[in-house]
Design a protein around this ligand. Structure first.
Ligand code: PFF
Length: 451
């Protein structure tokens, strides 16, 4: 192993960091509204089945590719076959596009945490509060800078001292806070109807869209096709058990997503008098609907502040993983120090983030593909680049190189109980699913179909 390359101190350190990456805004905000939209319990069952098959396969493939090559995304593909270096180059674009706008949303969360603490739920729940904030000429940019600075400082301390220690502290706190809020939310009057709606399968709502929705969400939630799992895998020690680590990351990721549903769906149900449509508010769910829900609860300011604190932790550990991925690429490819890589990454983020931060205010006149800058970057990364990277990864590991390179690496220090399923998924089923995600999400974004 490259001596200068950082590594996690133990399997637990690796699992917490990777789970920290996976558990993010996707779990806390996107999962609950998709579950409500696509038939509650039915979506849960489909999601779970896909998590242990499709999600498991892609995550195992990426982590193992990283550990085998001991390189970040750019170099990893090329090390196995030089002709396929371009997949690594494509992969590294994804975190570079995502970190800046994730930082902008991180800034929004800091703002709401501050408002709940300093001014209370009533202020945050006021009509137009969110719109006034995101259209402000400077506030979203300054708060983005704060969020990105915290991220950069943590990453600059290195894999063990920075990334791992931050996750070791934030992830257990996040779990405890999630349970507290979920219990509080489910015990409000009128909330039980929402719990039933959430966990009961609604077969009439099942459609191809449910499957596509679950596939897309899984992909997003498990931080796949962004180079993150390759990078984290490259820091994993040789004697750590890959199969069990992936299982634990999945349990973490799916468990927190499930709890997020329990935090949000029953509370919104009780607040809106059983109207599930209130959940379908996109970004407004977290920043417009939830503040109103908190304002209607007793101890609403406190509960709201705790909620946004847990969202900060979730978003920060995810942003750290995206930032670390870019830093690691710069260190590997240009042989520069971690500190210098952090500075360069930070500057890229500030410049690109400026567009997303001010895209609803002073820059709202510019609309690439008819979208705000933030939506545009989200579309290019999540709907276009990520499915392409993942299809290429499956083809590369399933067809171009000998798949035994991956399976042997997994088996180096553990059993590989799901090996048969892994091979079939990687070669045949995952590529089909991924093409379906790509086609449907592009058509959806262009308004040709609606999912
Ligand atoms: N998996 C994380 C989440 O669910 O929020 C991180 C993440 C996913 C970041 C997708 C960015 C992204 F586009």
């Amino acid at each position: 192993m490259n001596k200068k390359r950082g590594s996690f101190s133990s399997r637990l350190g690796f699992v917490l960091a990777a789970a920290g990456s996976a558990v993010g805004l996707g779990n806390l905000w996107r999962f609950p509204y998709l579950a409500a939209k696509y038939g509650g319990g039915t979506f849960l069952v489909i999601y779970l089945i896909l998590a242990v098959t499709f999600g498991y396969t892609l995550m195992t493939a990426e982590i193992t590719l990283g550990r085998k090559t001991r390189l970040s995304a750019v170099g990893a593909y090329g090390k196995l076959d030089k002709r396929f270096n371009f997949i690594g180059l494509l992969t590294c674009l994804v975190p570079i596009i995502i970190v800046p706008y994730y930082g902008v949303v991180g800034g929004w969360i800091l703002k709401y945490f501050g408002v709940f603490i300093l001014e209370g739920a009533e202020t945050a729940a006021a009509d137009d509060y969110f719109t006034n904030f995101i259209t402000n000429p400077w506030q979203p940019f300054v708060l983005m800078l704060v969020f990105l600075t915290i991220t950069a400082v943590i990453v600059s301390f290195g894999v063990k001292q920075g990334v791992e220690n931050a996750s070791r502290f934030m992830m257990p706190v996040l779990v405890v806070l999630s349970v507290v809020i979920a219990v509080y939310s489910c015990t409000r009057s009128g909330a039980w109807e929402g719990v039933k709606y959430y966990i009961t399968p609604h077969l009439s709502d099942v459609s191809v869209n449910t499957l596509l929705g679950a596939l897309g969400q899984l992909f997003y939630s498990m931080s796949l096709a962004m180079g993150i799992m390759i990078t984290y895998g490259s820091y994993m020690m040789d004697d750590n058990d890959i199969e069990n680590s992936v299982k634990q990351i999945e349990i973490f990721d799916t468990g927190i997503a499930f709890l997020a549903g329990l935090m949000i769906i029953p509370a919104v149900f009780a607040f809106s008098g059983g109207d599930s449509g209130a959940l379908n508010a996109g970004a407004g769910l977290m920043f417009v609907t939830m503040p109103k829900v908190f304002a209607s609860m007793s101890f609403g300011s406190l509960i709201g502040a705790v909620f946004f604190l847990l969202v900060i932790f979730a978003a920060l550990t995810s942003n750290i993983s995206l930032f670390e991925t870019v830093v690691s690429i710069l260190c590997d490819e240009f042989h520069i120090s971690r500190k210098l890589s952090c500075v360069i990454t930070y500057i890229i983020c500030v410049v690109l983030g400026l567009l997303s931060a001010l895209g609803y205010g002073v820059l709202s006149g510019i609309a690439p593909l008819g979208m705000s800058f933030l939506d545009f970057f989200d579309f290019i990364s999540n709907s276009v680049l990520m499915p392409i990277v993942a299809v290429l990864t499956c083809i590369f590991l399933g067809w171009v190189v000998d798949t035994n390179i991956i399976t042997d690496e997994v088996k180096k220090n553990s059993t590989f109980g799901r090996e048969g399923m892994f091979r079939i998924m990687l070669k045949w089923i995952a590529p089909i699913f991924l093409v379906a995600i790509l086609v449907s999400s592009v058509l959806n974004a262009l308004g040709i179909i609606s999912i």
